[in-house]
Design a protein around this ligand. Structure first.
Ligand SMILES: [Cu+2]
Length: 140
């Protein structure tokens, strides 16, 4: 009788320790992740509704290079990029964060429109010549 009581006592002690350990870890991890997400969504929705306006950008590809290496736009604005390809080979305008991916045949123009993402610094590039034709997109 006495021995049995001791064994149960030890088991209960171990379980209590394990439960306490798990609970502590969970509290620390989840709290910060839940707060960050809604704030970002609210910020971009407000900017779009308030009218970020229209941003029009002219971009020219010539000699497998862009004429601009930095583009500026306002978060939430409807952006229209007019790409002129002065080369005989095909180029492309990719701005992944805005889901823009537009091919431009040699000697032709193409227009791509998208909504500017949240404020930040991003990259745009030609997916066929990504090392030679790339630049920075600054969203404010
Ligand atoms: Cu290219």
């Amino acid at each position: 009788m006495r021995r049995r009581g001791m064994v149960i006592g030890v088991l209960v002690g171990v379980l209590a320790l394990a439960a306490a350990g798990c609970g502590g870890d969970d509290d620390g991890g989840s709290a910060s992740a839940t707060t960050a997400a809604p704030e970002t969504t609210a910020a971009s929705a407000t900017t779009a509704a308030g009218g970020g306006g229209e941003n029009e950008i002219q971009l020219t590809a010539s000699g497998t290079a862009w004429d601009k290496t930095s583009l500026d736009m306002t978060s939430g604005a409807e952006v229209r990029v007019e790409v002129t390809n002065q080369d005989s080979i095909e180029h492309n305008f990719t701005f992944a964060e805005a889901n823009a991916d537009q091919d431009v045949e040699g000697g032709e123009d193409a227009t791509v429109t998208f909504t500017a993402p949240a404020a930040g610094s991003y990259e745009f590039f030609c997916k066929y010549h990504p090392s030679a034709m790339r630049g920075t997109v600054t969203v404010t």
